[in-house]
Ligand binder design. Structure first.
Ligand SMILES: Nc1ncnc2c1ncn2[C@@H]1O[C@H](COP(=O)(O)OP(=O)(O)O)[C@@H](O)[C@H]1O
Ligand SMILES: [Mg+2]
Length: 358
C-alpha cells in the first residue's frame, strides 16, 4: 500500500494542500511550527480516524473552519487503486472508500495500515497496558481476519455481562459467561500466535541497533492462566458483583518485553527504550510485508529528536531496504544525514502550512 496523492484540507495550519509523495521515502523539512507534524497527523487521521496529538478532533480542525478532510489516492498491494477519504467535524465522521460511504473505521485501517514513531512513542513500554493492547491488536487485526469479529463479539458479551453485574441480575450471567469464554479464548489465542510470529522479526531488527541478548515478548492474557478462563469468571463473581464490572479477561490483556526475564522498562535507558519501541513498530510492518498480506506506511515525526546520528543512518538504510512508503519530518535537511545512498526519495518544504516539493 502506498499513497499516490494526498489531499489535506483544514488540518491545523494547513488550509488546502495536495502532494504527490514518493512511494519510498518522503522527507518533510521546515522550521518549528511550520506544519510538519500536521502533515503526519493528517495521514494518521486518514488511517485511524483519530489524532495522535489531541484527544479531540476539534483542536485539529483549522480555527477558521468547522470540519477537516483528508483524502488520498492509494495503490493497494494487489495493484488496484483505492480512493480513501475522511471528513470530521468534531462530532461526526464520514468515511468514503471509492466514493462509497462506510460506517466502520476498520475499513480505513485495513486499506491504510499505518505505523507511527514520534517523540512520545516510548510510552508504549512505559505507560499503562491499554496502549500496548492497542498496539498488539493492530498487528493481530492486520494479520488475522478472524480476529476482529471475535473481538467485537467478545466486547459485546462483556458489556452485556457488566450491565447485569451493575444491576445484580445474576440469573442471566451464565449465558454471557459462555460467550465471553468462547470469544475471549479465540481473541487470546490469536494474540498468542501473533506475538510468537512477531518475536523473531523484532529480535532481528533490534539486533541492528542494540547489542542485547535474552529478549522475549510475553503475552499477558488478562486472567490467571494457570486456570481455565471459565473457572476464573466463577471465582471472580463475588468481586465482579461488588464492583460492577468483569475483572478478568482479554480486555485486561497486555504484553511484556523482557530482557533476561526482567521487564525491560525497569532498567533500560531512555535511549534504549526508544530503540526497543521503534524496533517493535518496524517489526509489525516487516511482518506484514513478509507475509505479503499488506505493506504499511511508516510515519516518523521529529526524526532528530528520536535518534542519534548513527542510528538515524542505520534506520534510513533499513527503511530503504524495506520497500515501504515512509514520511519523515525534521527541522533541517542535515537532520536526515547523508542521503547520497538513499534511493528515489522526495523532499518537501513546509512553511506556514504551505507544502512545496524541493
Ligand atoms: N486548530 C488549529 N488551527 C490553526 N492553526 C493551528 C491549529 N492548531 C495548531 N495550529 C498551528 O499550526 C502550526 C503547525 O503546527 P505543527 O504541525 O505542530 O508544526 P511543526 O511540526 O512544523 O513544528 C503551529 O503554528 C500551531 O500553532
Ligand atoms: Mg512537530
Amino acid at each position: 500500500m502506498s499513497l499516490l496523492k494526498l489531499d489535506i484540507y483544514s488540518v491545523r495550519n494547513i488550509l488546502k494542500e495536495s502532494i504527490i509523495p514518493s512511494p519510498a521515502i518522503n522527507f518533510i523539512v521546515g522550521a518549528n511550527a511550520s506544519g510538519k507534524s500536521s502533515i503526519i497527523e493528517a495521514i494518521f487521521i486518514l488511517g485511524r480516524a483519530k489524532s495522535f496529538r489531541s484527544a479531540t478532533i476539534k483542536s485539529v480542525i483549522n480555527f477558521a473552519e468547522d470540519h477537516l478532510i483528508v483524502s488520498a489516492q492509494t495503490l493497494q498491494i494487489n495493484g488496484t487503486n483505492l480512493q480513501l477519504g475522511i471528513q470530521l467535524d468534531g462530532k461526526n465522521f464520514e468515511i468514503r472508500i471509492n466514493q462509497q460511504s462506510k460506517q466502520k473505521r476498520s475499513d480505513l485501517a485495513y486499506a491504510l495500515p499505518l505505523q507511527l514513531i514520534h517523540p512520545k512513542s516510548y510510552e508504549l513500554l512505559d505507560a499503562g497496558p491499554q496502549i500496548r493492547r492497542e498496539f498488539l491488536d493492530w498487528g493481530v487485526f492486520n494479520d488475522e481476519e478472524n480476529f476482529l469479529p471475535a473481538w467485537r463479539k467478545f466486547k459485546k458479551a462483556l458489556s452485556q455481562r457488566n450491565s447485569l453485574l451493575k444491576t445484580k441480575r445474576t440469573g442471566q450471567i451464565n449465558v454471557w459467561d459462555k460467550e465471553l469464554v468462547y470469544y475471549g479464548t479465540i481473541v487470546d489465542s490469536h494474540r498468542q500466535q501473533y506475538l510468537k510470529k512477531l518475536k523473531p522479526v523484532f529480535i532481528e531488527i533490534i539486533g541492528q541497533f542494540l547489542a542485547i541478548d535474552g529478549i522475549d515478548l510475553k503475552l499477558v492474557s488478562g486472567w490467571d492462566t494457570a486456570k481455565q478462563f471459565s473457572q476464573v469468571l466463577v471465582e471472580d463473581l463475588d468481586k465482579d458483583l461488588r464492583y460492577g464490572f468483569t475483572h478478568s479477561g482479554p480486555h485486561r490483556g497486555d504484553f511484556q518485553l523482557l530482557v533476561n526475564n526482567r521487564l525491560a522498562r525497569d532498567f533500560v535507558s531512555r535511549g534504549q527504550l526508544k530503540l526497543l519501541v521503534m524496533s517493535l513498530k518496524l517489526a509489525q510492518v516487516q511482518l506484514l510485508a513478509n507475509e505479503q498480506s499488506n505493506i504499511g506506511c511508516i510515519l516518523i515525526d521529529d526524526f532528530a529528536a528520536e535518534l542519534d546520528i548513527i542510528n538515524r543512518a542505520k534506520l534510513l538504510s533499513y527503511l530503504g531496504e524495506m520497500k515501504c512508503q515512509v514520511f519523515i519530518t525534521g527541522t533541517e535537511i542535515e537532520d536526515f544525514g547523508d542521503l547520497s545512498n538513499t534511493k528515489s526519495y522526495k523532499m518537501f518544504h513546509v512553511e506556514h502550512g504551505n507544502i512545496k516539493q524541493v
